[in-house]
Design a protein around this ligand. Sequence first.
Ligand code: DC
Length: 224
Amino acid sequence: MKKIIVAIDGFASTGKSSLAKLLAETLDYTYIDTGAMYRAVTYYALQQEPQGNINQERLILNLDQIKIHFEYTHLDHQTFLNGVNVSKEIRLSQVNSEVSKVAKISEVRAFLVSQQQKLGVDKGIIMDGRDIGTVVFPEAECKFFLKALPEIRAKRRQLEQIEIGNEESLASVLASIKERDLIDSTRIDSPLVKADDAIEIEVSEKSLEEVYQQLHEHIIKTIS
Ligand code: DC
């Protein structure tokens, strides 16, 4: 079967990464979590500033100091920043609240997009993010765009946060999700929009299994 590029874009907490991981495992493809790359850059920027306020100019000047790589174990995806495993740190609430602001910076986007394009050179990848089907791989053979009601996504995000020991009220998670949606969708550089040729899936009422089947079926049709 031919190897292709699968782009899964959409709003935060719609299950993109769970789906991408499962599909990558079944198809023996490489999974790339581009959100983790924006998170790693954000974590780096926060580490540079004692007050925890990101200095945009300094971050842009230091971009060439940032090396991100992934390591894989069975269904597990670890993110490394300059050789250090930061998989847990990049999910902290401080990163959650700053990452959309960092992802708006054009220099950061250009820096990460070129790395993402290199990772996809041999195809056989499933990449999830916000601009994969529109900017990173406009030529991707399969494109999906996932959306769901903010309340449902907030519940999911709250459960994920509890799993990593981060208690947060539903109201606060919902507010942060809405703020990130707004920043991601209205930024000037590569806003979160559906690619014209992406398949849009509203997942609010669907189980992960149902969405997985839908994506899997479409991918198999494309590669057979
Ligand atoms: O998917 P996530 O929640 O880990 O993404 C973190 C942030 O990074 C989110 O605010 C959107 C941004 N992002 C982006 O702008 N482009 C991508 N390709 C992936 C993520």
